[in-house]
Design a protein around this ligand. Structure first.
Ligand code: ADP
Ligand code: GLC
Length: 477
């Protein structure tokens, strides 16, 4: 099979969140199953080009023509990675926004990228069997294939899969963007791309893609309800038969404490000495009190409402007063960074805060913390809780989406973390206290850590499920 992945981020090239981890890993594992995988990304600032493969590609942007070139990036994984080079759109200091405000031309930037994906595919000797799109940024690919390119014989056998990584981001723009995005006016209809008077890119993808998936089973159920559907639950219910949940995997070549180059000391489940060294190193890095016995909670996150931080606004201080230290690495909403920085000012010995994006520090937090907190309001999959398991850092989570699918609540002889279900600060606090009780019993805590570390969430299993999905898609071609 030939699979073309069109996505707006992928490690090691560009990352704002878990989507990048997925696109950096999934194609590698599908490639290992014997398929031809190609990844297409925008060429953001700083991504190095190995060579130019197409010096000029014409993009039909409705009334006008756009141009870009296609470069190939360095890649040693067996998967070829190509880049859409259009400096006017992508050579900027970040991917989607500046100073917490979205770029005003995001509709145009990603409509252009989606059209470039189709035009790029057309330049290959063979059409892809599956064009696998991700989130709103590439959700227009299936729309274009079923409208502008409907009669193009080249794509007769190509099928599309759209994976939803986060339904909360839909790409909603004023109607005037329809023309800029080369979308025929006839698509501005509530049964198609219209959404309360605006145009909704994700809605288009959900209606036009041949198949839909999301990144956990639980989230695939949740998004059919008004509570999690973000206004698209009706569309998702309509397409329920074509919607599957496939849990993300972990790329253990990047996230494994026995091989991790960022750590002060490496360790594995049969020798946890190194984890203590990592804890001291982390405490020193955040300049908090170096007490190896004081429980340490880590957080690495986008600081947004999704991640449940409003609960911490209510009980964060009580948790510190309970005898816990906390370290937080994140960027995002100012209301949360201000709150955490204020806590740090008040409790400098126990609270460490870095408002930054820092890959190395993320690894150090995974290794050096005793517990990892993710009290999300909703969570399509969530990766850090699964990374935490491998690092013997016990997750404390709210049971929603992928958090619910991956974490089972602690019992004396079972469970891999601590989980609460109602989204309230009192449940969060009670759950942290339950974790602390077990922490104070070293024998039980060690047994829990070992159980967590021995769990396997490798990509192989998830890749096999995607593989089956691709096969079923092209079965009746
Ligand atoms: P989401 O994609 O919703 O942000 P995930 O848990 O799926 O959540 O993935 C988040 C990814 O981004 C993880 O790999 C995490 O380590 C990384 N990450 C998030 N914030 C930061 C940060 N400030 N510095 C470094 N890595 C971060
Ligand atoms: C999104 C979700 C996160 C998921 C990631 C990768 O950013 O918020 O839960 O793990 O995509 O699929």
């Amino acid at each position: 099979m030939r699979i073309l992945y069109a996505a707006s981020e992928a490690v090691p090239f560009a990352k704002t969140g878990g989507l990048a981890d997925v696109i950096g890993a999934l194609p590698k594992y599908i490639h290992q199953l014997g398929h031809r995988c190609v990844v297409l990304l925008p060429r953001y600032r700083g991504i190095r080009s190995r060579r130019v493969v197409l010096p000029s590609l014409t993009i039909p942007m409705g009334d006008s023509l756009g141009f870009c070139s296609i470069h190939e990036a360095e890649s040693d994984s067996g998967v070829r990675v190509f880049l859409v080079d259009q400096p006017g759109y992508y050579d900027r200091d970040s991917l989607y926004r500046h100073d917490n405000v979205d770029y005003a031309d995001n509709a145009e930037r990603f409509a252009f990228f989606s059209l470039a994906a189709v035009e790029f595919a057309k330049r290959a000797p063979h059409a892809p069997d599956v064009l696998h799109c991700h989130d709103w940024q590439t959700a227009l690919v299936p729309v274009y294939l079923k409208t502008l390119y409907r009669d193009d014989p080249f794509f007769q056998r190509t099928r599309t899969l759209l994976t939803i990584h986060n339904l909360a981001y839909q790409g909603v723009f004023p109607r005037t963007m329809m023309r800029r995005a080369a979308l025929p006016d006839s698509l501005f209809d509530p049964e198609r791309l219209e959404f309360y008077g605006n145009v909704n890119f994700l809605k288009g993808g959900l209606l036009f893609a041949d198949r839909l998936s999301t990144v956990s089973h639980r989230y695939s159920q949740e998004i059919r309800t008004p509570e999690f559907g973000c206004g698209l639950e009706g569309v998702l219910l309509k397409r329920a038969h074509d919607l599957t949940g496939i849990l993300n995997g972990v790329d253990y070549s990047a996230w494994d404490p026995s091989k991790d180059p960022w750590l002060a000391e490496r360790y594995a489940s049969d020798n946890l000495e190194g984890k203590k060294a990592c804890k001291l190193d982390l405490m020193a890095e955040f300049e908090i009190e170096s007490d190896p016995d004081r429980p340490l909670i880590g957080i690495i996150s986008r600081l947004t409402d999704q991640k449940g931080f409003d609960l911490l606004l209510e009980v964060g201080e009580i948790i510190l007063q309970d005898g816990v230290s906390m370290v937080i690495l994140g960027t995002g909403d100012e209301k949360y960074s201000r709150f955490f920085l204020e806590l740090q000012r008040k409790y400098p010995k126990f609270m460490g805060v870095k408002i930054a994006y820092d890959e190395a520090l993320a690894h150090k937090i995974e290794a050096g913390s005793d517990m990892f907190l993710m009290p999300s309001r909703f969570e399509p999959c969530g990766l850090n809780q699964i990374y935490s398991l491998k690092y013997g850092t016990v997750p404390i989570v709210r049971g929603t989406g992928g958090l619910d699918d991956t974490i089972t609540d602690y019992q004396a002889l079972s469970g891999n973390g601590f989980k609460f279900s109602h989204y309230t600060s009192s449940e969060l606090l009670r759950t942290v206290r339950r974790a602390l009780e077990v922490y104070r019993n070293p024998e039980r805590w060690q047994a829990l850590i070992r159980r967590a570390m021995e769990m396997d969430f490798s990509w192989q299993r998830s890749a096999r499920r995607y593989h089956e999905l691709y096969e079923s898609l092209i079965l009746n071609v």
